[in-house]
Design a protein around this ligand. Structure first.
Ligand code: K1U
Ligand code: ZN
Length: 174
């Protein structure tokens, strides 16, 4: 297992749609293991493949707050098949938008179909932070970021701040 670099705004890849996985094999399982290690090291509660510059439909999550009782989820080709009418608001963060947090409203519960790491079709019924997290991660697979749910004013301010930081990094690297 290894940790990988997490790409951040304004990386254009974050706006790309990820490709479906065709085959679940040892190479894919090694990728999922690296993603989990990267997520734990960050630290975070979720990570999509595209965030480590692998634009394939894979995500990992662990919303258990207890290091002694880890509960990792590995989802391949996930699809939201049902969402509740009831909504809930959660203060979200994103490892690709470091140190920025904002409240986002999403369906409070959802059901997601996916392929597990053994290649078997499964469904996940999620509520609470798991429902928020799985929707946030599936958004990544579609090139969406949580800032897209904010007002244009707030979103543009964040994008501008990260674009400026990137320009400064590029200038100092010269
Ligand atoms: O996808 C990501 O960028 C990871 C993101 C997931 C997420 C967080 C909050 C709401 C929805 C989705 C993160 O993990 S940000 C870091 C974070 O939330 C956290 C870090 C350490 C302890 C607990 C939470
Ligand atoms: Zn994110």
């Amino acid at each position: 297992m290894a940790t990988r670099e997490i790409i951040t705004l304004p990386a254009p890849l974050l706006r790309e749609k990820s490709a479906p996985v065709e085959r679940v094999d040892d190479e894919l399982r090694a990728l999922l293991d690296d993603m989990l290690e990267t997520m734990y090291a960050a630290p975070g509660i979720g990570l999509a493949g595209v965030q480590i510059a692998v634009p394939r439909q894979v995500l990992v999550m662990d919303v258990s707050r207890d290091e002694e009782a880890r509960a990792p989820h590995f989802l391949i080709n996930p699809k939201v098949v049902w969402t509740s009418d009831e909504m809930s608001t959660y203060e979200e963060g994103c490892l690709s938008i470091p140190e920025y947090y904002a409240e986002v409203e999403r369906p409070a519960r959802c059901r997601v179909s996916y392929i597990d790491r053994e290649g078997k079709a499964q469904e996940l019924e999620a509520d609470g932070v798991l429902a928020t997290c799985v929707q946030h991660e599936i958004d990544h697979l579609n090139g969406l970021l949580f800032i897209d749910y904010l007002s244009k004013l707030k979103r543009d301010r964040v994008i501008k701040k990260f674009a400026k930081a990137e320009r400064q990094r590029a200038t100092h690297a010269l």
